[in-house]
Design a protein around this ligand. Structure first.
Ligand code: GDG
Length: 500
């Protein structure tokens, strides 16, 4: 079996990754079934690199058939590459918040420098048969840099965050360089089909990319495949059947819980969520004392300026709503400014009648999928989901809302609370079939098989698809909820439609 080289900004201990949530879990799971190398920043800062040109890579102890290879950053690199270009330029622009982007001199140069360091370190570790899978916006230029270092292996890139409309992307001063960097990959994977459309439009506008007959994009002298692979979860890790859960502290008979779990990020729409909940209490007074909103909001990127005000805004809003509607024995909003243990999250999801996930923009939103998977099949809760979360493309049986529309969001809370059990069960079953049909294992497997096929296509003149790849592609075509038809090696592999 070919070794998978996963590259991401942050690398963590494989045991800790399984507890961390999000995509770290999927990577840890992938390494359980395939030999792998995980390469990236170890989270440490060093004053200087001994040799500014040397990559400074540390090889960790192998766990099973997998190894971690990490490097530290200097404080300057962390400031300009991570907090600067990655999180003060690309993150806000990709979440369509040009107003929060800080196009500062020096950020991009350091972003390129760190990517060069990653490329030098990784190129020395790549073996001829490896498949290289690079993750996220911190590392867009890395694939092209590896190519220039002579690496001919399949190289794929997956973007976890949304692709903005072309006009917003074009505002980034280095948009041509980023476009060219993206075209160096064999495959670019995105969360949704809307993202695919945005990226193709951007490549047309930025570097005159053209769509070829086989669906790939040609730009410069490269051809790349761009497809959507919606990130899934390990559903079984959340399912607990009909098992009763221990009661939550503060749970009172007759009081229903609405749960929100979001990093404290401006993209997650937390002030809008609190306002919509306040509006619900005002508009539907009969529900007061019968409902609480528990919002878990772990802090994130606190040293980035754009994040400074969110905490204060939320504290003020929750204080205002609690002051306005609360009683001596009922507090409407429980706002928790720290993270909860992963096994506890499942119980909290399950004990909540509504899952409230209303980001203003989100690549996917795994929390919405985790919430559904944790429900009691015999008496499930209802997810309310923003139409601007990538998950809305798949989870069409959630109550889909526009988070900017307080009226609509407040009404969705009422609809969810009033929903008959039979309808809740029907919606839950359809949602679960989507979540199980394309879980985290299907996500990584479909990305990797598509990447291998796309890389073969690059050198098709000399190497046709192998029988085992052909079999994998045919299997992928039968996977429900994996969108888009593939046309590779002169053959069409049409995937099953979304089952709707
Ligand atoms: C990015 C994209 C995309 C959250 N709070 C706690 C906790 N979590 C875990 C959740 C979930 C993960 O973190 C969060 O994933 P999301 O998808 O909701 O959001 P981002 O962190 O913004 O992730 C996003 C994702 O990448 C994957 O591609 O979906 O759009 O922005 O697994 O459970 N885990 C624990 N305590 C918490 O308080 N233990």
């Amino acid at each position: 079996m070919r070794r998978i080289v996963v590259v991401s900004n942050r690398v963590m201990d494989l045991k800790k990754a399984a507890q961390a949530g999000g995509v770290a879990v999927a990577i840890a799971d992938l390494f359980r079934v395939r030999p792998g190398l995980w390469f990236g920043w170890n989270g440490k800062l060093v004053d200087t690199h001994d040799d500014p040109k040397a990559p400074d890579v540390r090889i960790g102890k192998a766990v099973g058939a997998s190894t971690l290879a990490t490097l530290p950053l200097t404080p300057d690199e962390h400031r300009d590459y991570y907090l600067g270009y990655s999180n003060s330029v690309l993150w806000p622009v990709f979440h369509n918040r040009l107003d929060l982007a800080r196009f500062e001199a020096g950020f991009y140069a350091r972003y390129m420098e760190v990517n060069e360091r990653f490329a030098r370190g990784l190129a020395a570790l790549v073996q001829p048969d490896d498949i290289i899978w690079i993750h996220d916006y911190h590392l867009i230029p890395l694939g092209g840099m590896l190519r220039r270092a002579g690496i001919t292996n399949p190289i794929g890139f997956f973007l976890h965050i949304p692709v903005p409309p072309s006009q917003a992307f074009l505002a980034v001063p280095e948009h041509r360089e980023l476009a060219q960097a993206l075209t160096a990959y064999d495959l670019v994977g995105l969360q949704t089909q809307a993202d695919v459309a945005n990226l193709i439009q951007f490549l047309e506008d930025s570097v005159s990319g053209r769509i070829l007959q086989d669906g790939r994009i040609a730009a410069f002298d490269h051809r790349l495949a761009i497809e959507s692979f919606p990130v899934g979860i390990d559903a079984d890790a959340f399912v607990c059947g009909a098992k009763a859960i221990p009661p939550l502290a503060q749970s009172t008979d007759g009081v229903q819980r609405i749960i929100g779990v979001d990093r404290l990020d401006y993209s997650k729409g937390l002030p809008e969520k609190f306002r919509a909940f306040g509006h619900f209490l005002e508009k539907y007074p009969a529900y007061r004392r019968k409902i609480v909103l528990s919002q878990i909001a772990p802090p994130t990127r606190e040293s980035v300026e754009a994040y400074h005000d969110i905490r204060q805004t939320l504290e003020a809003l929750s204080g205002k709503i609690n002051g306005m509607f609360g009683e001596l024995d009922w507090v409407p909003i429980h706002y928790i400014y720290r993270s909860a243990p992963r096994d506890r999250l499942r119980d909290i999801y399950r004990a909540s009648r509504i899952g409230f996930f209303t980001p203003l923009r989100d690549g996917m939103n795994l929390v919405a999928k985790e919430y559904v998977a944790s429900q009691n099949p015999a008496d499930p809760g209802v997810p309310i989901l923003s139409r601007f979360a990538g998950a809305a493309e798949q989870l069409v049986d959630a109550l889909i809302v526009n988070p900017y529309n307080l009226e609509e969001t407040a009404d969705a809370i009422k609809t969810a609370l009033d929903m008959e059990k039979s309808e809740r069960i029907e919606r839950y079953s359809r949602l679960m079939s989507v979540i199980r049909g394309y879980d985290s294992a299907a996500w990584s497997a479909s990305f990797l098989v598509t990447l291998e096929a796309a890389a073969k296509e690059r050198s098709r003149a000399v190497a046709p698809l192998t029988p085992s790849m052909r079999a994998s592609m045919a299997k992928l075509a039968r996977t429900p909820h994996a969108p888009i038809a593939l046309k590779l090696g002169g053959q069409v592999f049409k995937r099953a439609s979304n089952g709707k």
